[in-house]
Design a protein around this ligand. Structure first.
Ligand code: 2AM
Length: 273
């Protein structure tokens, strides 16, 4: 199975969609709520999605597509069945985009039999593209330069780790884990915490060795699929909070350089909820 053509198409579409996002940033941004308080959508999300999904439909008419805004697509019949499934976040980090922070990205992943095998995360305002495909390693390109190979950090203990997390839009809903207890459990035991606001970029920064680990709940497959390929190809680990494999379609994600994984899982589990 050669993934080269899939990776090249994903890179091309992510770059074109990223240019569209930058064009939208030049005009005032109008955002609407998606129904869940805080969760925003803009014309830029939809325009980016049309570019990526339209391009994928033309290039690979037999493949299924799961895209955040569903502009050109319906929910695929099966999300984790044994076929090719493209997973697209046209604008990950929408809140950053709306507020003028550069941590947002177009994320395009391809999964085979429910396992992501190609991932591209393009952050146009950072002029940085992260990409990986199964067995071929993880890379970043800055400013259109030559790709450089990525490796996770070698940090061996949470006490020396810079760890990222996020807070879900639905954190005020009854019975929802708002992450404050887990922050209270990890913060005293790590070097420091960061909250950048783009799950895909958080994962890429684990792959790049800047973050030693990352955790978050209530994400969707399009928030994590592409970055997960980067983490694994850079030598890292990705699991759910229980240390199992249900991180893509489940409701919790922990990614790390592998070395601090078990300790971080223990800290997260020690939280009061
Ligand atoms: P978005 O920017 O594409 O909406 C911030 O914590 C990160 O988590 C972002 O990647 C954001 O994706 C995602 N996120 C936060 N809450 C979410 C929710 N309830 N459902 C899906 N994605 C969520």
């Amino acid at each position: 199975m050669t993934l080269e053509r899939y990776l090249a198409t994903a890179q091309d579409l992510a770059l074109r969609a990223g240019a569209e996002l930058l064009r939208h940033r030049e005009a005032p941004i109008v955002s609407e709520s998606k129904g869940v308080p805080r969760e925003l959508v803009t014309a830029a999300d939809r325009a980016s999605e049309r570019i990526v999904v339209g391009g994928l439909q033309r290039a690979f008419p037999d493949h299924d597509i799961l895209a955040e805004e569903g502009v050109l697509t319906d929910e695929p019949a099966s999300r984790d069945g044994c076929e090719w499934l493209w997973i697209v976040d046209p604008l990950d980090g929408t809140t950053n985009f709306v507020h003028g922070l550069p941590y947002y990205a177009v994320a395009v992943a391809l999964a085979y039999c429910g396992a992501p095998v190609v991932g591209v995360v393009h952050a146009p305002a950072l002029k940085t593209t992260y990409f990986a495909s199964a067995g071929e390693g993880a890379y970043q390109c800055v400013g259109g330069g030559a790709p450089t190979r990525l490796h996770v950090s070698k940090t061996a203990a949470c006490a020396d780790a810079l760890i990222a997390t996020g807070f879900s839009y639905n954190r005020n809903e009854d019975g929802t884990d708002d992450n404050t207890e887990r922050v209270a459990a990890v913060l005293p035991r790590c070097r420091d915490l960061r909250r950048l606001g783009s799950a895909e970029l958080d994962l890429c920064l684990v792959a790049a060795g800047s973050f030693d680990a990352y955790w978050e709940r209530y994400l969707q497959p399009y928030d994590v699929a592409a970055g997960a390929v980067l983490v694994r190809e850079a030598g890292g680990a990705i699991t759910d909070y229980a240390g199992g494999d249900n991180w893509l379609f489940g409701d919790s994600v922990v990614a790390s350089n592998d070395r601090v994984h078990r300790e971080l899982l223990g800290l997260l589990a020690s939280a009061r909820r």
